[in-house]
Design a protein around this ligand. Structure first.
Ligand code: NAD
Length: 261
């Protein structure tokens, strides 16, 4: 049985992943701003540093895997773009960078990062915002979406997920990751019924946009099903999976990009 860290373990898909891993007999170290083994605010550098250190201590320096599910969805408010940037991008990259040696120590560790199908279905995401993330500049990323006004949270949300997916693909193939047995992949869900989506559906303008969005199979995804995909991506069956972004979104990505191959 293994030792896994799961961020966002207090709610939604992260919570479902933690439940499924525990039910299979694994040890889970949950990280969340809500109830968790390690309580940390991933929107600040100090919170991320503390999460890195406390998890390394709890895991005794060896992690069989990590699932990075903590995230914030688009919502109104002037502070929202900053929070999305900090949690969705730096709350993945800083943590995984800090845990890399512990993942290497396991010999065959697997990592699943929660991306989103907003990466390929959101129009007009500025390349400079994605670049700002990848160069580690949160201020610049936030500044670059100001002119979008009310839709800035949606734009920076998509940009944070594009950047984190690109970081996954660039990093996955490096010798310090793939070369030492760490399999790093991303899971890109569509609209999944969790508290995050429920909050979005409670805003009339957002609800309208979400409900009219094309989903070929119809309806919303189920958090437990997405968690099962993440658990599968942590299993031996995923030994040959490296740097992939797996879309589980009812067909929306295919609907918009069928010919992008
Ligand atoms: P959720 O809101 O149910 O859970 C997210 C968790 O992240 C919560 O437990 C929350 O406390 C934690 N979190 C938020 N801010 C934090 C902070 N500052 N520090 C520490 N923890 C913090 O959301 P979910 O729908 O389960 O989403 C999981 C992941 O999947 C997110 O990265 C989200 O962006 C992504 N995603 C969700 C959907 C969807 O439709 N639900 C679609 C695509 C991608």
């Amino acid at each position: 049985m293994g030792v896994y860290v799961v961020t966002g373990s207090a709610s939604g898909m992260g919570r479902a992943v933690a439940e499924q891993l525990r039910a299979a007999g694994h040890t889970v170290i949950g990280v969340d701003i809500g109830e968790a083994e390690v309580v940390a605010d991933l929107s600040t550098p100090q919170g991320r540093k503390s999460a890195v250190e406390k998890v390394l201590e709890a895991a005794e320096g060896r992690l069989d895997g990590a699932v990075l599910a903590a995230g914030l969805g688009p919502a109104p408010g002037p502070e929202r773009p900053r929070l999305i940037a900090e949690v969705n991008y730096f709350g993945v990259v800083d943590l995984l960078t800090g845990w890399r040696s512990a993942l290497e120590a396991a010999g065959n560790a697997k990592v699943v990062v929660f991306s989103s199908n907003s990466t390929t279905t959101t129009p007009a995401v500025p390349g400079r915002t994605v670049k700002a993330f990848l160069s580690g500049d949160a201020d610049k990323a936030v500044r670059s979406v100001r002119l979008f006004g009310k839709v800035a949270p949606s734009i920076i949300y998509a940009a944070s997920k594009i950047a984190v997916s690109r970081w996954v693909r660039r990093t996955a193939v490096r010798t310090e990751w793939a070369g030492v047995g760490i399999r790093l992949n991303a899971l890109a869900p569509g609209a999944i019924m969790t508290p995050l989506l429920e909050k979005q559906l409670s805003t009339p303008s957002e609800a309208k946009a979400i409900r009219s969005f094309p989903v070929p199979v119809g309806g919303f995804g189920d958090a437990r099903q997405l968690a099962a995909w993440a658990v599968f991506m942590l299993s031996d069956a995923a030994d040959f999976l490296c740097g992939s972004v797996v879309f589980v979104d009812g067909g929306s990505d295919a609907y918009f990009r069928a010919d992008d191959w």
